[in-house]
Design a protein around this ligand. Structure first.
Ligand SMILES: NC(=O)c1ccc[n+]([C@@H]2O[C@H](COP(=O)([O-])OP(=O)(O)OC[C@H]3O[C@@H](n4cnc5c(N)ncnc54)[C@H](O)[C@@H]3O)[C@@H](O)[C@H]2O)c1
Length: 311
């Protein structure tokens, strides 16, 4: 049966892939976005679909509509963007969650929150299971994002406990793929753009810090599987790829795949940058029968092809 689905942040990197997937499954999609970091270019190929409806709106302001499900993704996700207007970032997370939960309560529908591995901060436990409470600096330059997302999780849980709202929380780990904003300073897009332009590849710190990268298609699969679970499973559940790479290894693979002449240069590590991050995905395997399928090299090839087209 065709569902009417609201995707906030639908014109962003992840949101645009989600909109496309939901349309391909035969649903009607309402894409709410204020285009702060997203772009119409990410969704222009969906515009001809009569079941796709973009709406310009700020999620931190009340919004009323009749829908069957909500995916709440609206929030800048890269440090350059979320620190640009830190107050607006917290408002987007917190007021956006309140507005979407209010809607879900009124309509008695499911709302899924796109939370983040940043709720674990600079973790003392490695890899991070969902039961870990995290190590977050509440007053640092990243806290507008990290604490905003933690507060959104708290709100989702409280609306569930107090008002019986049907909620789903996923904690997304580093994700990459086509439609990433080339100027948002995230490591995969940064390295690829620098490599394609034969510019120096900037590594912050000594390059030995690790990250786990998941290709966007794997995330969308996990996200839609989570939404499809019955009401008894609310999460939070980690959705990420446990394969860990150092920044140096990532840079080397990208130089190799692009045939770039770029050299690696080192810059000081920004404050509160976590040294390592890796999802424990036992819960996702058990509850969603999900695990990532796409290897780093395969995902990088598709992402490089996208950036070659746009730069
Ligand atoms: N990409 C990742 O690796 C990653 C990791 C963890 C969590 N997430 C979460 O996934 C979601 C999507 O991230 P993304 O990587 O696609 O980032 P993105 O910046 O590409 O997308 C965010 C979208 O939200 C929109 N937006 C921002 N503020 C808004 C507001 N006030 N009202 C309406 N729309 C607004 C932006 O214009 C953009 O289209 C975010 O909530 C992010 O926190 C992403």
């Amino acid at each position: 049966m065709r569902k009417k689905i609201l995707v906030t942040g639908g014109a962003g990197f992840i949101g645009s892939h989600l909109c496309e997937r939901l349309l391909n499954e035969g649903n009607e999609v309402i894409c709410l976005d204020n285009y702060f970091t997203g772009s119409k270019k990410n969704i222009v190929h969906l515009m001809d679909n009569p079941y796709f409806e973009p709406i310009r709106h700020d999620v931190s302001q009340p919004f009323y509509i009749e829908v069957d499900e909500i995916y709440n993704l609206a929030c800048p996700a890269s440090p350059v963007h979320y620190q640009h207007d830190a107050i607006q970032t917290i408002k987007t997370s917190v007021m956006g969650a309140i507005n979407m939960l209010g809607l879900a309560k009124r309509l008695n529908i499911k709302a899924l929150q796109a939370s983040t591995s940043e709720v674990y901060g600079d973790p003392f436990i490695h890899p991070q299971p969902e039961s870990y409470w995290g190590n977050v600096n509440p007053i640092g330059i990243r806290s507008c994002y990290d604490e905003g997302k933690r507060c959104a999780e708290a709100l989702f849980m409280d609306y569930h406990r107090q008002n019986k709202v049907k909620i789903k929380i996923i904690r997304i780990f580093n994700t990459y793929g086509p439609n990433m904003n080339p100027g948002d300073g995230r490591v995969v897009s940064n390295f690829i753009v620098q490599a394609l332009k034969n510019e120096d590849i900037t590594i912050f710190g000594d390059g030995k810090q690790t990250r786990s990268f998941q290709y966007v298609d794997d995330l969308i699969e996990g996200m839609t599987k989570m939404m499809a679970t019955d009401d008894s499973f609310i999460g939070p559940v980690n959705i990420g790829n446990p394969n860990e790479f150092t920044m140096l290894e990532l840079a080397a693979q990208i130089i190799d795949l692009t045939g770039s002449k770029s050299k690696i240069v080192y810059r000081p590590l920004p404050s509160d940058d976590p040294k390592q991050r890796q999802p424990d995905i036992h819960l996702a395997k058990e509850k969603l029968n999900w695990e990532p399928q796409i290897k780093l090299r395969g995902g990088l090839v598709k992402t490089i092809a996208y950036f070659e087209k746009i730069i």
